[in-house]
Design a protein around this ligand. Structure first.
Ligand code: SAM
Length: 489
């Protein structure tokens, strides 16, 4: 069988890591399915068996030595089927190349498979990219060809694998031998990250075959290395990484969300699918306040779920919290059954049917929507069916981190606050979706006064606090913003 031709362009600096380079070269030359050529760009001459050519390069700034490997790759762009770049201490295995070629065959053009790099000592593997707030994007899981892929926000992997086609495509957009743009990564790292940052090819890691997509950095450098400024250790342990990957795999959001790559994209998708009445900017509120809310203990409760869009969004965004979806699943409560009488209640047929459809959506339809976003069967989601004044007094909700009120009425808004406000934990968000409607706003105001709380709300777009004592602030039915919120003290 004809072997694929593989060019390995490696960089070496000085003598300190020659033993690693030896190991890397030996491994590359042991590949069975590839005809491997190894070229090393080094600042010193090398005599290592297995290397096909050494280019001794003297540079005033050795940080730029890795970039010279891109020149090597470009010079041979037509002569090989697949190319790799690596620092002298990155241990490529044959399955890395196999997998890259396999994934490339079915991934869309705007996706490229990549790795995470790790170091290993007697305590196990440690992932170098896990530091300084770099993390998985938990809304990024995509399924391609039956495999799950996800995005990790640190793109650095000290290596690169590209096929000939990918190289030629990149060469049409950029001069491959130079840096593609101003990067957040150092020039040393940028040799590998440019392709992910500037070529409209998002780096994804195959998480359903995670073991095949990690690569060892042979030295033990970062396991105990602390960040100069923060003092934070520059890597994360395998146990944490495994937990995170399992969490990603469990999101199972691989159906409708296949092509969704960000929470903003998810919000747009939910809006376009007609499963939420919220508009795009309103979804920014929980995204922007993600850290704050995540640190609050407790479940997420939405009262007034309609087709489920907002609850679906919150379930995917806060993927380790329980979600309660409380709704009658039959629209407004008949006025003779409500807890509070209020003249301005608009439980009229006209109000029960908006431009997006009827207000009453069956529980089956809502469950189907959750299923479409890969969430049905997720033990975190509970559907509480019934009018809030009947269900909430006995609901087994204990602690709340987000309470979303969206029932478009005076009586039900007060019912929710009466029953659930005490369960909201300090720091928890109470979001009044329909603070823009007079009847709901009057209930909110009544509650704030009754509980001796400040007559203030947070602006949902800026998070700034505004007073409700001085009259309207915006042209809505009530004069106040939809989705205004308070934070429990
Ligand atoms: C404006 S919609 C909710 C919109 C939804 N949050 C979204 O993401 O689009 C109002 C919902 O409140 C529900 N509802 C109204 N009064 C209720 C009550 N007293 N108890 C339970 N649900 C109620 C309706 O069935 C309807 O689904």
């Amino acid at each position: 069988m004809k072997k694929n031709k593989l060019l390995a362009a490696l960089v070496n600096y000085g003598e300190d890591q020659i033993s690693y380079l030896n190991q890397v070269v030996k491994e590359l030359k042991s590949f069975k399915k590839y005809e491997v050529t190894i070229i090393v760009n080094s600042n010193i001459p090398l005599d290592i068996s297995g290397i096909d050519r050494v280019n001794v390069i003297e540079l005033p700034d050795y940080q730029l030595l890795p970039l010279t490997c891109r020149q090597v790759i470009w010079d041979y762009k037509d002569d090989f089927d697949v190319f790799l770049f690596g620092e002298n201490d990155m241990l490529f295995k044959e399955h890395h190349i196999d997998k890259h070629i396999e994934y490339t065959e079915f991934l869309p053009d705007n996706r490229i498979a990549g790795f995470l790099h790790y170091e290993e000592d007697h305590t196990g593997k440690h992932f170098v990219a896990m530091h300084s707030g770099f993390d998985w994007d938990y809304g990024s899981v995509e399924e391609h060809n039956g495999k799950q892929f996800a995005y990790f926000s640190c793109l650095h992997q000290a290596t690169l694998i590209i096929t000939k086609d990918q190289l030629h495509k990149i060469g049409k957009q950029h001069d491959f031998t130079k840096f593609f743009g101003k990067s957040q990564y150092s020039s040393k790292c940028q040799v590998g990250t440019d392709i992910f940052e500037f070529c409209n090819m998002k780096k994804l890691i195959c998480i359903s075959e995670f073991e095949d997509n990690i690569i060892q950095h042979l030295p033990i450098k970062y396991i105990y290395h602390k960040h100069d400024h923060s003092g934070e250790v520059m890597s994360g342990p395998e146990s944490v990484m495994r937990e995170q990957v399992n969490k990603l795999l469990n999101t199972k959001n691989n159906m409708k969300v296949n092509t969704i790559t960000s929470y903003e994209g998810l919000a747009e998708h939910l809006i376009d699918s007609g499963v939420t009445m919220l508009w795009k900017e309103l979804f920014d509120l929980p995204i922007r306040n993600f850290q704050k809310i995540s640190s609050v203990d407790g479940d997420i409760v939405e009262c007034g779920v309609w087709r489920g869009g907002c609850s679906i969004f919150l379930s995917l965004l806060f993927n380790d919290k329980n979600i309660w979806c409380c709704d009658s699943y039959e629209g407004f409560q008949p006025l003779d059954k409500t807890t509070y009488d209020f003249d301005g209640e608009r439980h009229t047929p006209a109000f029960s049917h908006c431009a997006l459809g009827p207000l009453a959506i069956s529980l089956d339809e809502v469950k189907q929507n959750f299923e479409d976003y890969g969430l049905l069967g997720d033990g975190r989601i509970q559907f509480l069916k019934g009018f809030v004044n009947e269900t909430l007094p006995t609901a087994k909700i204990e602690k709340i981190s987000i309470l979303r009120l969206d029932v478009d009425s005076y009586s039900a808004t007060l019912d929710i606050l009466d029953n659930l406000y005490p369960k909201v934990q300090p720091g928890g968000f109470i979001i009044f979706d329909d603070a823009n409607l007079t009847e709901s706003f009057e209930a909110i105001k009544h509650f704030l006064i009754r509980e001796n709380l400040p007559l203030e709300l947070h602006n949902p777009y800026t998070d700034e606090i505004y007073s409700i004592s001085n009259g309207p602030v915006v042209e809505t039915n009530s004069g106040f913003h939809s989705n205004s919120y308070i934070i429990k003290k």
